[in-house]
Design a binder for this molecule. Structure first.
Ligand SMILES: [Zn+2]
Ligand SMILES: [Zn+2]
Length: 375
């Protein structure tokens, strides 16, 4: 499982880190493109863009731009198209099987051999679409990856951990932080060792339509403290990828808060008058909902999460600042356990984290500029 593209992507990631939060930071990834752009020259011509017919994850001004970009697009393009074909073939096989799996076994696809093969194909589609989305930075490609990952969750109540983590990472890329929080909370609150067996869980999935969001949903849940909401969870048993998702959510809140305060200061610095302090309070109240945002608690949660991640996997956070030792080992012999977990999270989850203003500086302060770690 050696993959040079993944390693190169991780190497390039730190170039995307943001040191200083501009006053406009709103807790969102500034690179996400809501309007399609040309994958080659990044322009947005008014007469519309052409879509790559084989993968439909890249857009171009014209065939010249498409040709210029094909060398770097080829691998993604071929993989996405191939994985979608395989998925179609597997779906066809399932539809022709004696058992009507798509009607009778929703939620239980992890239990049978033919459906497990289908799930594997589905996961490959999600992974290749995530790579396409990382390359194009386009919202609609992330949304496509999300549709498939949601289907994966619907078909298998006990979807493997890595596909659950992928779902949460995709949600973060789409700025659906409340849903990401709720998704992880629902995982934390499911007691698989208790009376709630896989069969009972699968029954709950019966009747859920394709494309339907079926996890409990709470508005503004991202402001909640997971440690208070799920007090009985032992954090040493929570997957590092999930803790990283929570860290992204919390760091976005803190960075957005700091950016808002800074912009208020900036705006008022150019205004003279005696009531500045009063106005400042008023404006702050208007811009920051203090009922939701207890900034002291949010900052504490960031520290707590950093400690929890480092306690569970001592490679994870240092590898963000100094990925080389991990990448070298991965390219040489592949990795297992903590190193594999760190590599997976570094590729799929950390891009969101490192693009939050101030996060890199915060990690450097804690671990040093180029931290050493043992593999
Ligand atoms: Zn172009
Ligand atoms: Zn393509």
């Amino acid at each position: 499982m050696k993959d040079a593209t993944m390693c190169n992507f991780i190497r390039a990631m730190r170039n995307c880190s943001v040191v200083e939060g501009g006053p406009s930071y709103e807790g969102k990834d500034l690179r996400l493109q809501t309007v399609p752009w040309c994958a080659a020259c990044h322009s947005r011509p008014t007469k519309g863009l052409l879509c790559c017919a084989s993968c439909r994850t890249a857009w171009y001004c014209n065939s010249t731009c498409q040709k210029a970009h094909y060398k770097s697009h080829k691998e993604i393009c071929v993989t996405v198209a191939r994985n979608l074909n395989i998925l179609d073939e597997q779906a066809e096989l399932l539809r022709n099987a004696e058992e009507a799996y798509f009607e009778t076994q929703i939620g239980a696809f992890g239990r049978y051999h033919p459906t497990l093969i289908y799930m594997g194909a589905l996961k490959d589609v999600v992974k290749s679409l995530v790579r396409a989305a990382q390359a194009s930075e386009m919202q609609c490609v992330w949304e496509r990856a999300f549709d498939y990952t949601l289907e994966l969750q619907r078909l298998d109540v006990l979807a493997p951990l890595d596909s659950q983590a992928l779902t949460a990472f995709i949600l973060l890329n789409l700025h659906r932080d409340d849903d990401a929080f709720d998704f992880i909370r629902s995982w934390m609150q499911t007691d698989l060792t208790g009376h709630e067996t896989a069969r009972e869980l699968a029954m709950r999935h019966d009747g859920i339509q394709k494309g339907e969001w079926f996890f409990p949903r709470e508005k503004n849940s991202r402001y909640l403290n997971m440690f208070e909401v799920c007090p009985n969870v032992d954090y040493r048993s929570v997957p590092v990828a999930f803790l990283v998702v929570l860290l992204v959510i919390k760091c976005r809140l803190v960075a957005a808060y700091d950016a808002t305060c800074k912009s208020i200061d900036l705006a008022l610095a150019t205004t003279d008058g005696q009531r500045i302090q009063e106005v400042k309070e008023l404006v702050t109240d208007m811009l920051i909902n203090k009922k939701l945002m207890n900034i002291v608690s949010q900052r504490k949660q960031v520290v707590w999460l950093v400690n929890a991640i480092h306690g569970n996997n001592a490679i994870m956070l240092p590898a963000i600042l100094n990925p080389e030792p991990l990448l070298e080992k991965y390219s040489r012999e592949g990795t297992q356990d903590q190193a594999a977990e760190a590599f997976f999270t570094l590729f799929y989850g950390v891009p969101c984290l490192i693009r939050i203003p101030g996060v890199e500086a915060m990690l450097e302060q804690r671990f040093g500029k180029k931290p050493f770690y043992t593999l």
